[in-house]
Structure formats: structure tokens, C-alpha cells
Design a protein around this ligand. Structure first.
Ligand code: HEC
Ligand code: HEC
Length: 312
């Protein structure tokens, strides 16, 4: 019943002489070419670890005879780049912002540099190309509605000092917020600014007046009552016509552009609880520290923001 098993006969190969349980160890040497490549690899590794950083030590690797460092290469490249741009940067700092546009080369440098600065520092809050963020409270920078003004000087000041931040004493609106009007807000985050002057019903009325101001459908009776409330409580900051006040950073309420949303829920929340958007300062150097951006970067990003479409 046993199937015939044909064993392939091994070629006659020398053995090493080792035998275990009748099994012999054949002596099949590695092919020559393989062995040579193996030796070459070892030589290469030794040469490499002498020439280049290789062995990890406590704080850093052995530096190697060539002192090669990709980090230093990058730094050298950055230095070279900085040196090449230094005259441009100096010129940008020395030129009146409104005159930059007349120098084609300088202007094109500024817009490109400004875009780079913007993409690193500003997009996370203001969206790509300043188009706004899905999160509320971060203004679109590419439209014609400005809280603080859209000319070059106004934008430059906003960026340099930021808004309502506690680090730069020159920040815009230091201490001035949209007050909270509901009683509940007395326990909220803007409690200091809470006036508790309006009941929930009155807030509903003033919301309807804001609907009217901004051209949305409103309950006329409520809006009428709201008009008086607005004149008494809101006009001081937002203007009698609701067009806003840039000195106070009080937004216009007459268009469809909203910082915090223009529907009933959003407006009620804004008026009841107050708002106080914060932007960090970019040109303010804390004691013993550095400003986040240098003056040439701030100027470049100012020109870039100004160019986004809403510049005045
Ligand atoms: C941490 C989020 C944040 C970052 C980062 C940020 N901003 Fe702002 N920015 C804000 C907020 C919030 C406001 C609105 C503040 C308010 O409600 O008054 C604002 C307002 C502005 C305004 C005023 C707009 C107007 O209508 O007057 C400008 C201009 C501006 N930012 C430019 C920049 C630039 C340029 C950068 C990058 C260098 C930047 N921002 C980075 C949050 C940010
Ligand atoms: C002390 C000045 C001041 C008063 C008074 C004031 N506001 Fe404001 N209001 C502001 C400021 C400043 C902002 C912008 C807050 C921000 O940018 O974070 C604002 C924002 C708003 C917004 C948000 C607009 C948007 O684009 O999302 C609404 C709505 C609003 N106020 C309505 C009112 C109403 C209604 C009243 C009266 C009940 C009122 N405000 C009273 C200063 C004021």
C-alpha cells in the first residue's frame, strides 16, 4: 500500500563533519558575489558612521567627520533667503503703507509675503483668504463690513495690537464689550458688563427691531416696542440708525453680515449674554519677549488683508 516516494538525490556536497541523529550538516558556502556585497556593506557602514552623524549619545549623536547636519543646511538656506529679502523688508518698513501700491516689485513682494504670514497665523480664525470661519465670532476679512475700519492704517493697528486681549494695553476695545442684558447673564462670563436691564420679553422685542433694521421679517408690534428700547439702550454704541460705530467696534446691524449670527436664537443669545471677541496682538512684545510678527510681516499681512476685496 505504500506509495513510492522518490527522493531527489542531493548532489555530492562536502559536509562540515557535524552529525546529529544521523543528519549531516552540508557545507554549502554563500555565493562569492553575495559575500563580497556583504563585506562592502560592512565597510560602507563603518565609513558612514565615521563620516556622518551615527551613534546616539546622551544628548545628541556623534557628529561625524564631515560635520553634516540637515538642520544646519536648512538654517543656512533660511539665512540666505532672509539676506536676499532684507533690502525688500527694509524698504517695506520705510515706505508709507498707502504708497506701497505704486511700487510694483515691492507690492508684489508684500502681497506674497503677507499671504504666507496669513496662511500661517490667521487662517485658523479668519478662514482661507479671510473668507470667514464656520465658528461664530471670527469676522470675514474679504467683505466691506469692518468692525474697526478697512483702510490700511486701521487694519495695521488692529493687527499690531489685537482686540480685547489682556496682554497689549493698546489693544482695541480694551475693556469694552457688548454688554449682557438679561438677568441670567449676571452669573455668566460677562457678568461685569451685565446690566440686567431687559426682561426676556423686552429682549424679544429688541430682537424684532434688529430684524427690521437688517431687512428680515419681523413682528411689527414687537419691533415698535423694540425701537424705543433700542434708542434707549443700544443706540449709544450701535448708532441711532444701527449702522454701528467703529471707534467702539460696535458692528452695523443693518445688513446681512453677522459676526455671531442674525437669526432669532443667535440674536437673543448675543443680546442676553453679551459678546466680547478677542484677537491676539501681533506686534506687541511682552517684557523680555518677542512680538509674534515683525513690523515688515505685519505690514505685508496688512497689505494682503487690504487686498482681499474689502479694502477701503
Ligand atoms: C485666535 C483667533 C484669531 C487669530 C489667530 C487672528 N484673529 Fe483677527 N480677529 C479675531 C477676532 C475674534 C476678531 C473680532 C474681534 C471682535 O469681535 O471685535 C478679529 C478681528 C480682526 C480684524 C478686524 C476686522 C474688522 O472688521 O475690523 C482684522 C483686520 C484681523 N482680525 C486680522 C487678523 C490677521 C491679519 C491675523 C493674522 C496675523 C489675525 N487676525 C489672526 C480672531 C483672530
Ligand atoms: C457699550 C456699547 C454697546 C451697547 C450699549 C450695545 N452694544 Fe451691541 N455690540 C457692542 C459691541 C462692541 C459688539 C461687538 C462685540 C464683538 O465684536 O465681540 C456688539 C455686538 C452686537 C451684536 C452682534 C452683531 C453681529 O454682527 O453678530 C448685536 C446683535 C448687538 N450688539 C445688539 C445690541 C443691542 C440690541 C443692544 C441694546 C440692547 C446693544 N447691542 C447694546 C457694543 C454695544
Amino acid at each position: 500500500m505504500c506509495a513510492k516516494v522518490v527522493k531527489s538525490q542531493p548532489k555530492k556536497v562536502a559536509t562540515t563533519g557535524h552529525v546529529w541523529d544521523g543528519i549531516e550538516e552540508l557545507n554549502n558556502p554563500m555565493p562569492r558575489w553575495w559575500v563580497w556585497i556583504f563585506y562592502l556593506c560592512i565597510l560602507f557602514a563603518i565609513g558612514y558612521s565615521v563620516a556622518y552623524p551615527a551613534w546616539p549619545m546622551l544628548t545628541r549623536a556623534t557628529p561625524g567627520l564631515l560635520q553634516a547636519s540637515t538642520r544646519a543646511d536648512v538654517q543656512a538656506e533660511i539665512d540666505r533667503f532672509d539676506a536676499a529679502n532684507a533690502p525688500m523688508k527694509a524698504q517695506l518698513v520705510a515706505t508709507d503703507l498707502t504708497m506701497v501700491g505704486q511700487d510694483v516689485t515691492l507690492n508684489s513682494y508684500a502681497l506674497k509675503a503677507g499671504k504666507a504670514v496669513f496662511n500661517i497665523n490667521c487662517v485658523q480664525c479668519h478662514g482661507r483668504e479671510g473668507g470667514g470661519s464656520k465658528a461664530r465670532g471670527y469676522p470675514t476679512l474679504s467683505d466691506n463690513e469692518w468692525l474697526y475700519g478697512g483702510d490700511l492704517d486701521a487694519i495695521h493697528t488692529t493687527i499690531t495690537h489685537g482686540i480685547r486681549n489682556t496682554s497689549d494695553p493698546d489693544a482695541r476695545n480694551f475693556g469694552l464689550v457688548m454688554p449682557a442684558w438679561s438677568e441670567r447673564a449676571l452669573a455668566g462670563p460677562l457678568a461685569d458688563a451685565a446690566t440686567a436691564k431687559l426682561t426676556a420679553e423686552q429682549i424679544g422685542e429688541v430682537v424684532n427691531f434688529v430684524f427690521k433694521l437688517s431687512g428680515q421679517t419681523a413682528d411689527d408690534a414687537k419691533a415698535l416696542a423694540g425701537a424705543q428700547l433700542f434708542a434707549d439702550n443700544c443706540a449709544a454704541c450701535h448708532g441711532e440708525d444701527g449702522k454701528g460705530n467703529r471707534d467702539l467696534g460696535a458692528p452695523g446691524l443693518t445688513d446681512a453680515i453677522w459676526l455671531f449670527g442674525g437669526d432669532e436664537a443667535a440674536l437673543t443669545a448675543t443680546i442676553a449674554a453679551g459678546r466680547g471677541g478677542v484677537m491676539p496682538p501681533w506686534g506687541f512684545a511682552p517684557e523680555g519677549g518677542l512680538a509674534r510678527l515683525s513690523e515688515d510681516q505685519i505690514r505685508a499681512v496688512t497689505l494682503y488683508v487690504h487686498s482681499l476685496g474689502g479694502g477701503e
